[in-house]
Write a protein that binds this ligand. Structure first.
Ligand SMILES: Cc1cc2nc3c(=O)[nH]c(=O)nc-3n(C[C@H](O)[C@H](O)[C@H](O)COP(=O)(O)O)c2cc1C
Length: 168
């Protein structure tokens, strides 16, 4: 497996906690951690394998730091890159927008030619609508710290095992 760029905001509590578990599961030799709040085009295109930490905010939107990167992102050529997205959301508080930001980010990078990996089953979650849903799957890993935090460890470990097979 080629080196993986793990992009997340270092100022988040939950997204960072999940990132640390991902590092434990995939191994620090394989990963380089980068701060999503300062991400630039050069960093983003330096990897063939990327993991993006994208929590949902503002009733179904990207957090500000990812939103600010979107204009630059829309100019990038991401062909040949595999991108896995994880994101925190609250299925009880926001059942109509559950982990929407995973789906928003997936669409943005797919439009630039990237392939999304790390799809997971929607089984075990209760929500009404999610932009991250495709059939019976999410196009990433949904983590609900508010309501299902006890499942995070297992969900992350399983997802990382899957990524080991799916990444370049
Ligand atoms: C103002 C606000 C808006 C939110 N909107 C959504 C939402 O639309 N969908 C969702 O699934 N979760 C939503 N959440 C829940 C957050 O995604 C959740 O708390 C997440 O763990 C935040 O991760 P972070 O602290 O690492 O940024 C919202 C939380 C807040 C405080």
């Amino acid at each position: 497996m080629k080196k993986v760029g793990l992009f997340y905001s270092i100022n988040t509590k939950k997204t960072t906690q999940a990132a640390k578990r991902i590092v434990e599961s995939l191994g620090s030799d394989t990963l380089e951690e980068l701060n999503a709040e300062e991400v630039n085009e050069k960093q983003f295109t330096a990897f063939d394998n990327l993991i993006l930490g994208v929590p949902t905010w503002f009733d179904g939107e990207l957090p500000n730091y990812w939103d600010e990167f979107v204009p630059a992102l829309e100019d990038l050529d991401l062909k040949g890159k595999k991108i896995a997205i994880y994101g925190a959301g609250d299925q009880v508080g926001y059942p109509e927008n559950f982990v929407d930001a995973i789906g928003i980010m997936a669409q943005l990078v797919e439009k630039q030619g990237a392939t999304i990996v790390g799809f997971t089953s929607t089984e075990g979650y209760t929500f009404e609508h999610s932009q991250a849903q495709r059939g019976k799957q999410f196009c990433g890993l949904a983590l609900d710290f508010e309501n299902q935090s006890s499942k995070n460890k297992e969900r992350i470990a399983q997802w990382c095992d899957q990524l080991k097979k799916e990444f370049n």
